[in-house]
Design a protein around this ligand. Structure first.
Ligand SMILES: [Zn+2]
Ligand SMILES: [Zn+2]
Length: 336
C-alpha cells in the first residue's frame, strides 16, 4: 500500500515537472519550471547523470519485452515454435540488440586528441562548410574537416554524426559500424518477433491471449520507429553527409535560395562567398555594398571584393567533396 502511494506520488511529481514548460506562468508549474526543469535541462555538468536516463529507459523497455515473452507468451506458443527457434531464440533474437547496444555505448568515436594515425588529415577542407585554421574554442586545437565539438562528451569528434541519446555516445569515426549494427539488430529481432507472433496468432483457432497481443503491438511499434530512424540515417549516408553536415547544407541552400551564395571564378581554393543582397538585412548589420562579399566561414569576418563570380541558383551547382558517388562507397568510407 505504502509503495503504491509513493509510486503514484513520484509519477505525479515527474508529470508536473515535464509539463512545467507548458504552464510556466501558473503555480506550482512556475516554481517547478524555475527550480527544477530549467536548471536540469541547461546544466550539463551538474546533472551529467541525466544523459543515462534515455539508455536506462531503452533498457527497461527491452527487459520488459524479454520478461513478457519468457513469463507470459512463451508458455502459450511453445508448441507452435520450430525446434531451431526454441534453441536459437536467446542467442540469435534476444541477445544481439543488448550486446551491440553495450558495444555502441562503450566504443568511443575518435577525437582530435585520441585517434589513429592519419585520421585528422583524411578529409580535405572543402572551403564551403569546413575551413582550415578554425580553432575549437573549448579544445583549443584546430578543427579537422568533418569534425564537430560535442558539449556532452566535451571532445572534438572526427567525422561527427550526432550525439546519440539512446546509447549516450557520440557517433563518429570509429563507431559507425557498432551504431548501425545496433540499429539493424533491433529491427531484425523486433520484426522477427512481430511477424512470428502474428503468424502464430493467425493460425490459432482460439482467441488471442492478451499477453501475445501486447507483445506483438510493442514489437511492431518498435520495428517501425527503428526502421524509420535507420532509413533516415542511411539516406544521409547516401548523400555523402553526416547528420551534422546535413544541418550545415540546409543553411547553405537557404543562402542559395536567397540569392546570396556565389562562387568565385578566381583560381583560389576559397571559392564560396556570401553576397549581401538586401540593405538592412536583419541577419547582417553591415551595409550592403556592390561587389562586397563575406566568406561562408562563420569565423572569418573579413570583407572580400570579387571581380569574377557566378551566383549559385541550383543545388546541383554545389559540389559536396565528401560524396563518393554511391551509397555503398559512402558507407564504406564512414566505417573504415
Ligand atoms: Zn572541441
Ligand atoms: Zn557526444
Amino acid at each position: 500500500m505504502l509503495w503504491n502511494v509513493l509510486f503514484v506520488l513520484l509519477v505525479s511529481i515527474v508529470v508536473l515537472i515535464l509539463f512545467s514548460p507548458v504552464f510556466k506562468s501558473t503555480w506550482p508549474f512556475s516554481t517547478l519550471y524555475r527550480r527544477v526543469f530549467q536548471p536540469f535541462v541547461s546544466d550539463d555538468q551538474k546533472y551529467r547523470w541525466k544523459f543515462h536516463l534515455v539508455p536506462l529507459f531503452y533498457t527497461s523497455i527491452y527487459l520488459y519485452l524479454v520478461y513478457t515473452y519468457h513469463a507470459k507468451v512463451e508458455p502459450l506458443i511453445k508448441n507452435d515454435l520450430f525446434l531451431l527457434e526454441r534453441i536459437l531464440i536467446g542467442p540469435i533474437i534476444i541477445l544481439p540488440p543488448v550486446a551491440l547496444g553495450i558495444l555502441a555505448m562503450v566504443t568511443k568515436a575518435e577525437d582530435s586528441n585520441v585517434h589513429r594515425p592519419g585520421s585528422t588529415e583524411k578529409y580535405p577542407y572543402d572551403y564551403l562548410i569546413y575551413y582550415p585554421d578554425v580553432q575549437c574554442s573549448t579544445c583549443r586545437i584546430t578543427k579537422p574537416a568533418r569534425s564537430r565539438h560535442c558539449s556532452i562528451c566535451n571532445r572534438c569528434i572526427l567525422v561527427a554524426d550526432h550525439h546519440c541519446i539512446w546509447v549516450n555516445n557520440c557517433i563518429g569515426k570509429g563507431n559507425y559500424i557498432q551504431f548501425y549494427l545496433f540499429l539493424i539488430s533491433n529491427i531484425v529481432s523486433m520484426s522477427y518477433a512481430f511477424l512470428r507472433l502474428c503468424s502464430i496468432s493467425l493460425k490459432s483457432s482460439t482467441a488471442l491471449p492478451r499477453a501475445v497481443l501486447t507483445l506483438s503491438i510493442l514489437c511492431g511499434c518498435f520495428t517501425i520507429i527503428c526502421a524509420i530512424f535507420t532509413y533516415l540515417q542511411l539516406a544521409i549516408v547516401r548523400e555523402g553527409m553526416t547528420t551534422n553536415e546535413q544541418d550545415k547544407w540546409y543553411t547553405i541552400q537557404e543562402y542559395m535560395r536567397e540569392g546570396k551564395l556565389v562562387r568565385s571564378l578566381n583560381d583560389d581554393p576559397q571559392s564560396w562567398f556570401l553576397k549581401l543582397t538586401e540593405k538592412g538585412d536583419a541577419a547582417e548589420p553591415l551595409q550592403d555594398q556592390q561587389g562586397t562579399f563575406y566568406s561562408t566561414n562563420a569565423y572569418d569576418h573579413k570583407r572580400y571584393i570579387l571581380m569574377h563570380y557566378i551566383t549559385i541558383k541550383d543545388a546541383s551547382e554545389i559540389t559536396n567533396v565528401y560524396d563518393k558517388g554511391t551509397f555503398l562507397a559512402n558507407f564504406t568510407d564512414l566505417i573504415q
